[in-house]
Write a protein that binds this ligand. Sequence first.
Ligand SMILES: Cc1cc2nc3c(=O)[nH]c(=O)nc-3n(C[C@H](O)[C@H](O)[C@H](O)COP(=O)(O)O)c2cc1C
Length: 188
Amino acid sequence: MSDPKAISVLGICGSLRKASFNMAALNTAVELRPAGMTVTVADISQIPLYNEDVRAQGFPPPVETLRQQIKAADALLFACPEYNYSMSGVLKNAIDWASRPPEQPFAGKPLAIIGAAAGMAGSARAQYDLRRSCVFLDMHPLNKPEVLIGQAHTKFDAAGNLNDEAAKGFIRDLMTNLAAWTRQLAKK
Ligand SMILES: Cc1cc2nc3c(=O)[nH]c(=O)nc-3n(C[C@H](O)[C@H](O)[C@H](O)COP(=O)(O)O)c2cc1C
């Protein structure tokens, strides 16, 4: 039997800081991806604050790039920080920009979510807000496993390595399930 078609995933991280635990978790997910999957990480650092007047003049180049990357990807992987019990403004702003018509690029996309936070809940509240936006955008979020990395400062070293075998296991399973979910939805 031939190998199944390769799956391309676009990673989007909601934290811009250099030593971000969420970016470190995203990098761990890239390392633990299954065979036959590629992951590209989007650069959302140059996206301006959403302004409908600006949008009326056309999408700014960093937004247009993100929209094209979303359209081209078979699936998305969000790394979701928790700010004040919700997703970060950086992540919401990027989603808001990319979601505007024409051709809303999120519609029909499979996606998975990971998150790391200082609190015990490991960004659970933010992830559920993100899931709510995914429903409105007609996406197909993978349900399980949930990857909730609580007390993140105790689980990553200074180089961004995740030193928690349980969390790594959840991330590995998530990436395997994302591949299966994407193939199931695309029937490929
Ligand atoms: C504005 C702000 C709000 C925060 N709110 C929460 C919160 O609600 N829950 C939580 O667990 N951590 C909260 N934190 C701490 C973050 O989890 C912590 O800074 C984390 O490292 C951010 O993700 P990052 O490492 O990817 O940048 C907050 C941090 C900031 C800057």
